[in-house]
Write a protein that binds this ligand. Structure first.
Ligand code: EPU
Length: 427
């Protein structure tokens, strides 16, 4: 049983480069299904979620050559199956991103129903409503969703009730092969959506407006393989910004490999807490914060404050001089991190989707359980600034989305290590 052990109090220095964005790479990998032939993806993060998406594609008949640690050559010519099986969808909900491309290429998809996850119910009703409007017929049976566009996909106007990232992506990937034009109103605007549209346009799609609330797609008869570089991971970058703000030495640290504009709201809100970030080539330089001011943050779709940075922001506010409020509007179950942080001495009270945080002077190292990906990373950061030793278990969550997280922190000067401990359930 592996845990991450952190000895608090060691100052960070130097520079860290973030990997390609998980939430872009997974969808770009799914999108290769639309272009029979060999697509090259560069700057792909070496994380377990990418490995699962690789298994999904291989299950359907694709071949994947690992050219180097961050470059994949994905050949989808021989794909002859349109199924994402339960064993893989249960490991990673984002496997449902193959639904749009499969419908676009074959007019059919069979996808295991994803069910809930640690973050909550996470329905896909908006994906289904949108695809139905494009002419897809849905059936469910024995835990599977059967999607069929026997009459072909036909472009139409779709208005999303909420700017869902996954629904926007599935709709784009189906609509690129529909007959006629599709307009997605209230589309998600995340940088990962822009990255997806950018690759699809290189493949021959006609998508306009990605990054705005209205996306227009003119369907085309075929798409061709291309080479594309995955956009840098803004959330990994934001996570290291928090590490730097809390624990950097006087010189600060540099975080590179991403576009700081993608972290604009985070940088602005952190500035109001006293965290100084300065733009440098390909990233930002963050200085250690001396006096943390309390904050009132609510998570919102991009360009709002990202839910994926909420636990990290909660950690900062737990050490603020005063009372903060964090409102989680995206996922109903994303405060599980708070109760672990309380075990480390934080003073947090949760009411519904609001967290009231009374800043404390310091945290103390403890044994804590990683509740999910971002919460797990934030607990490791909490260990960096806590007194004594922190042990974070259930670290498979962190490996889903952070490439070499421990190694990168060690290179910055942190005292962090993977440790194998005996499982207390066995003698
Ligand atoms: N929702 C519905 N019905 C739908 C779709 C979404 O009710 O049909 C709800 C969800 O239950 C959730 C909210 O709408 O409460 C937002 O869901 P959205 O579809 O926007 O998110 P997602 O596509 O499931 C992606 C990222 C998440 C990130 C969110 C929001 C991937 C693989 N995942 O999820 O990333 O938090 O967008 O930005 O792209 C993470 O990286 O840690 C992570 C959870």
């Amino acid at each position: 049983m592996d845990i991450i052990r952190v000895k608090g109090g060691h100052r960070l220095h130097g520079s860290v480069q973030v990997a390609g964005a998980k939430n872009s790479a997974l969808k770009l990998m799914a999108a290769t299904l639309l272009a029979p032939g060999a697509t090259t993806l560069t700057n792909v993060p070496n994380i377990s979620d990418v490995h699962v998406m690789g298994k999904v594609l291989k299950y359907m008949g694709a071949s994947i050559d690992v050219i180097d640690e961050h470059t994949l050559l994905i050949d989808t010519s021989a794909v002859s199956m349109w199924e994402a099986p339960y064993e893989l969808v249960a490991q990673m909900r984002a496997s449902t991103a193959v639904m749009g491309p499969l419908l676009g290429r074959f007019g059919k998809a069979k996808i295991a129903m994803p069910g809930g996850c640690n973050l909550g119910a996470r329905k896909i009703d908006m994906h289904i409503l949108g695809l139905e409007a494009l002419g897809v017929h849905f059936d469910t049976d024995h835990g599977y969703i059967y999607a069929d566009a026997a009459e072909g996909l036909v472009g139409t106007d779709v208005s999303l009730e909420f700017a869902s990232v996954g629904a926007t992506e599935n709709l784009i990937m189906a609509a690129v092969r529909a007959q006629g034009c599709t307009t997605i109103d209230n589309a998600a605007r995340e940088p990962e959506i822009v990255d997806l549209a950018c690759m699809l346009n290189k493949m021959g799609a006609k998508i306009e407006g990605a990054g705005t609330p209205v996306i227009k797609i003119e369907g085309v008869a075929e798409l061709h393989p291309v080479e594309h570089q995955v956009v840098g991971d803004r959330i990994e970058a934001g996570t290291f910004v928090v590490a730097g703000a809390l624990m950097a030495g006087a010189e600060g640290i540099e975080v590179t490999g991403f576009n700081p504009l993608h972290l604009d709201m985070v940088i602005k809100r952190f500035a109001s807490m006293g965290i100084e970030c300065e733009r440098i080539a390909g990233g930002i330089h963050v200085r250690p914060v001396e006096h943390i001011k309390p904050i009132d943050i609510q998570t919102l779709p991009f360009p709002g404050f990202p839910t994926d940075m909420q636990p990290q922001a909660m950690l900062v506010s737990a050490l603020a001089d005063g009372n903060s409020i964090i409102t989680e509007n995206i996922f109903e179950n994303r405060f599980m991190f708070a109760s672990e942080l309380v075990r480390m001495g934080a003073d947090i009270h949760i009411e519904g989707h609001h967290a009231m945080i009374h800043g404390v002077r310091s945290l103390s190292g403890a044994q804590v359980v990683s509740p999910d990906l971002r919460g797990g990373a934030a607990l490791v950061l909490a260990g960096l600034c806590a007194e004594g030793t922190t042990e974070v278990s259930a670290i498979h969550h962190i490996a889903r989305g952070y490439e070499r997280f421990v190694e990168k922190l060690v290179a910055l000067g942190a005292q962090v290590a993977y440790v194998t401990v005996p499982d207390p359930n066995f003698d």
